[in-house]
Design a protein around this ligand. Structure first.
Ligand code: MG
Length: 429
């Protein structure tokens, strides 16, 4: 006797179900230690934005990006432009956002605004299909994404200011090679990082070379990087490259501009890396012509989201350029996005940067998903990004933003409160 079988298909959401109905943009502020760089010092609070995209069928996707009043205005314009679009139509979302934003905005800002919404759209795509974001990006080529220890020269505390008492932190001062090595020991003991980056451009280059030499002595097997954020002339950069030959896996943004980087690269034995002179697809052709950089630090916040970041990896492979990952102060939504795209990008050749050891204690996501083991983060299983908002924490950090009355990040202005003669004119040496 024949029997007939009825195959029941799962009910999949339609394009109408997945239309964007509402977007919530929440500016937040979270605490940050006094980390030094070439243009000043980090302020006590970082300005950041959490994005929640809602669909007609009640799904929620998360995004996170840098803040500031102009960014908030641009995000509002972008959000209005993509209402009614399906979260699977990210190419259409990109066109609509680019059309809606003011014509004079940089390619960089347009990419940043789109990228924030693209991450949230991919998060929802994952929830709609039961898949992780890394699966949507092509699947994982690594289960654990390696990060580097991101060391900073830093003050012992934010000094007392305008009636506010000094703000201490668990890290203490790092103003010389001994302080940097002490910081590295603590960070590596807690997170297990297998490579080290030092943010330079703070002290004369000879002193920063001493810090690199001290790190090499303390950690003989760990790859080292130095990033002075264009604090040096071409001549100084060539000298530093000579002095650090054999010590660095790459030298990051020693001098400004593609032409200058090309002149340094002619003499430097190690690869030169950048997140400053190649920050958009437009820059790659000229960089290749000059052989100005040998490693690009991708960043989905800069390059227009996760899919474009993966595409950047393909271009890097095409031209024989290494791929690493840049970081700004960030929380867990961004970290999850960084991990998913890194996991799905075969071209990634270096451990990624992260500020999470400096800022992760402020997080707006529920704990337990993003843990560093031996310097790496296991790719969240999803669905989507695999992270969930901690709404009490989000409300607390939003109130902190309201109370702080911040408009834009100003490392230089904050430094000048304590060192009035400080200028951000680069190159300095
Ligand atoms: Mg950099």
């Amino acid at each position: 006797m024949k029997t007939s079988t009825t195959l029941s298909r799962p009910q999949l959401p339609t394009a109408d179900d997945l239309q964007i109905t509402d977007i919530t943009i929440t500016p937040i502020a979270f605490s940050d230690p006094p980390l030094l760089n070439a243009v000043g010092v980090h302020e006590p609070l970082v300005h950041r934005v959490v994005i929640e995209v809602h669909t007609a069928n009640g799904l929620l996707g998360l995004g996170e990006c840098a803040g500031g009043s102009s960014r908030l205005a641009n995000l509002a314009v972008g959000a209005a432009a993509i209402k009614g679009v399906s979260v699977f139509d990210t190419s259409r979302m990109e066109i609509l956002i680019h059309e809606a934003l003011a014509a004079e905005l940089s390619v960089f800002e347009r990419a940043a605004v789109f990228g924030a919404f693209e991450v949230a759209a991919l998060d929802i795509q994952g929830h709609a299909t039961g898949r992780s974001v890394s699966e949507l990006l092509g699947g994982t080529v690594r289960d654990d994404v390696p990060f580097s220890a991101y060391l900073f020269y830093k003050w012992a505390e934010h000094p007392a200011l305008d009636g506010r008492p000094a703000i201490t932190d668990e890290w203490g001062a790092a103003m010389d090679p001994e302080g940097i090595v002490r910081q590295a020991r603590k960070m590596i003991a807690e997170y297990g990082f297998k490579s080290i980056k030092l943010k330079g451009g703070v002290f004369p280059p000879a002193q920063e070379i001493e810090a690199i030499q001290a790190l090499r002595t303390e950690f003989p097997d760990l790859p080292l990087r130095l990033d002075p954020n264009t604090a040096w002339t071409v001549e100084t950069s060539r000298w530093v490259a000579e002095q650090t030959d054999g010590l660095l896996e790459y030298l990051e943004d020693p001098t400004p501009g593609l032409e200058g980087m090309g002149q340094v690269a002619e003499r430097a034995a190690m690869p030169l890396a950048t997140n400053m002179c190649v920050v958009a697809f437009d820059h790659i052709k000229r960089s290749v012509e000059l052989n100005a950089v040998q490693v690009i630090l991708g960043d989905h916040h800069y390059w227009g989201g996760l899919r474009h970041t993966r595409e950047l990896g393909t271009l890097c492979q095409t031209f024989g350029i290494g791929l690493s990952m840049h970081s700004n102060s960030h929380l867990g939504i961004s970290l999850a996005a960084m991990v998913h795209v890194a996991a799905a990008t075969p071209a990634l050749t270096y451990a990624c940067d992260t500020h999470y050891p400096w800022n992760g204690h402020n997080d707006v996501i529920m704990p337990g998903v993003l843990n560093f083991v031996d310097g790496s983060v296991r790719v969240p299983g999803g669905p989507g990004l695999g992270v969930e908002l901690d709404r009490a924490k989000l409300a607390e950090l939003h109130q902190q933003y309201l109370d702080a009355d911040m408009s834009a990040r100003d490392d230089t202005g904050y430094m000048q409160r304590f060192v009035p003669e400080f200028t951000a004119d680069l190159p300095r040496w």
